[in-house]
Design a binder for this molecule. Structure first.
Ligand SMILES: N=c1c2ncn([C@@H]3O[C@H](COP(=O)(O)OP(=O)(O)OP(=O)(O)O)[C@@H](O)[C@H]3O)c2ncn1[C@@H]1O[C@H](COP(=O)(O)O)[C@@H](O)[C@H]1O
Length: 94
């Protein structure tokens, strides 16, 4: 079920890339360019690491979600999809 939702989220993100909307945070992120998108992934990763060291489980999970969203946005900004990454993981799988 979660994987199906991720596919749907990725599709929505792709739509915001292909057909930018003024009211969309995702479109505004793409408009700022790859450096900004990559910076956001770095920031969210650091925030996740910080929360991993604390004991607020809700904040930790929310930072994990922020990172996953921005990670999918970064993949799209670079012209890739989650499937491109999972293919590599499948090839590595022992
Ligand atoms: N899952 C998300 C999602 N997770 C986090 N965020 C946004 O990520 C930002 C993270 O907060 P920050 O404080 O780090 O950033 P900020 O200060 O708002 O902005 P910056 O200037 O730092 O970029 C917030 O604005 C959140 O709303 C998201 N924005 C959109 N989505 C989903 O993306 C899809 C498309 O949404 P729209 O782009 O709104 O159309 C929908 O399914 C949304 O639910």
């Amino acid at each position: 079920m979660s994987i199906k939702f991720l596919e749907s989220l990725e599709q929505t993100i792709k739509e915001r890339f292909d057909n930018p909307s003024e009211s969309s945070y995702t479109s505004s992120l793409f408009a700022k360019g790859i450096n900004k998108v990559a910076q956001k992934v770095g920031e969210e990763a650091v925030e996740l690491v910080i929360e991993a060291k604390d004991d607020n489980e809700d904040l930790f999970l929310n930072e994990a979600a922020d990172l996953m969203y921005h990670y999918i946005v970064l993949l799209r900004a670079k012209g890739y999809s989650l499937e491109d990454v999972t293919k590599i993981l499948e090839e590595r799988h022992k």
